[in-house]
Design a protein around this ligand. Structure first.
Ligand code: SF4
Length: 358
């Protein structure tokens, strides 16, 4: 670390708490001391904008108002409500963690950060957020926003991919915690609010920031340099054929994707990466090569992948008995399942327009 300004840091918590109470966010639908609600919102907010979560969260809570209700739910129902949020492993972990709370903790959330970290999909920062908001525990969060604030306030120029540096950030964040447990909720919300509303990645609003008199990045005009930029993760290109096989009654052949990988656990049309594989798959349905109708390709961007998708359509009449796993599903039923968003949109489009299919 390049800063020695880590002594006598009580001003950090004091300024943050006072600012949060007066100017912070108090109207987020998940602000609560209910660990289930805090946990759900924290998982949804990973990799997802607050504005998007504001839309999804109430529907999810309405469908699964308690951890017991979530644990009892069918996985497809959970994935369906997650449809469009991306990172579907979060939804599967959420579902499994709800079962853990019910089976291992008698349906009551554990209160310590260490116990909370035993739940599927719950890392240290998420566990700390639940422990702080729900149980007033003196545990610190350290998500991307908080790292940015700390690197700027204390002028810490380190590699955020480097474990030694992030360990030092954790130690600093712990040191900054307020003494009084009853301040933990305002303090933790303040950390989130400061990074989200003032100390933004671009154009931080230093003039109204409660840290302005202490912030070294502000003093030395280093806001644009701190935190040090991470090396960009290369985007992986994936080339797929979507095999859209429709029966005379309009049902489409869908299979459940493997739990790991792109759209893990969602229902999807078969995705193959070569034309020969498409022909081989079609042969299982008695489809000849010339029967496939190739549609214009399109691209779909995931965080670290760029999908190049070429839909192949075919209508089948007499369907042989199949030894592969999958189901014929109609529009009425696939809307209740977790389908990848671009596929749901594409199927709606071709169902609306009759592409020469039955
Ligand atoms: S003064 Fe500016 S750079 Fe420093 S913490 Fe506040 S918003 Fe961020």
């Amino acid at each position: 670390m390049t800063s020695n300004k880590t002594e006598n840091t009580t001003w950090f918590a004091e300024n943050l708490i006072a600012w949060q109470r007066q100017y912070g966010r108090h109207d987020l639908p998940w602000q609560s001391s209910d660990p289930y609600r805090v946990w759900l919102s924290e998982i949804m907010l990973q990799q997802t904008q607050v504005s998007t979560v504001r839309d999804y969260y109430p529907r999810f809570i309405a469908a699964f108002p308690t951890v017991q209700a979530l644990a009892d739910a069918d996985e497809d129902a959970v994935l369906s409500l997650w449809q469009g949020l991306g990172y579907y492993s979060r939804a599967r972990h959420l579902h499994n963690a709800a079962k853990q709370v019910v089976n291992d903790f008698g349906g009551v959330f554990p209160q310590t950060r260490i116990q909370l970290e035993t739940l599927r999909g719950v890392g240290r920062s998420t566990a700390a957020a639940i422990a702080a908001f729900a149980f007033n525990k003196r545990e610190t969060i350290l998500d991307g926003n908080v790292k940015r604030v700390l690197c700027r306030v204390f002028a810490l120029d380190g590699d955020l991919n480097d474990k030694t540096f992030t360990d030092q950030l954790w130690a600093l964040a712990e040191k900054l915690l307020p003494e009084n447990e009853t301040d933990m909720s305002a303090y933790t919300q303040g950390l989130m609010d400061l990074g989200a509303t003032l100390c933004k990645r671009n154009k931080p609003e230093c003039a109204v920031c409660p840290m302005i008199n202490h912030c070294l990045a502000y003093r030395h005009e280093q806001q644009a340099q701190l935190p040090r930029k991470k090396t960009a993760t290369p985007v992986q290109e994936v080339f797929w054929y979507w095999l859209i096989i429709r029966r005379g009654d309009g049902a489409v052949w869908l299979e459940k994707r493997p739990a790991k990988g792109i759209w893990g656990g969602l229902w999807c049309v078969p995705c193959v990466d070569g034309f020969q594989a498409a022909l081989d798959y079609g042969a299982l349905f008695g489809v000849a090569a010339e029967e496939w109708q190739e549609m214009p390709p399109f691209k779909h961007r995931l965080t670290h992948r760029l999908l190049h998708i070429t839909p192949l359509l075919v209508a089948v009449d007499a369907v042989p008995s199949l030894s592969i796993s999958g189901q014929w599903l109609t529009a009425a039923s696939w809307t209740d399942l977790g389908l990848p968003k671009p596929l749901a949109a594409y199927l709606s489009k071709i169902t609306g327009k009759n592409n020469g299919l039955a």
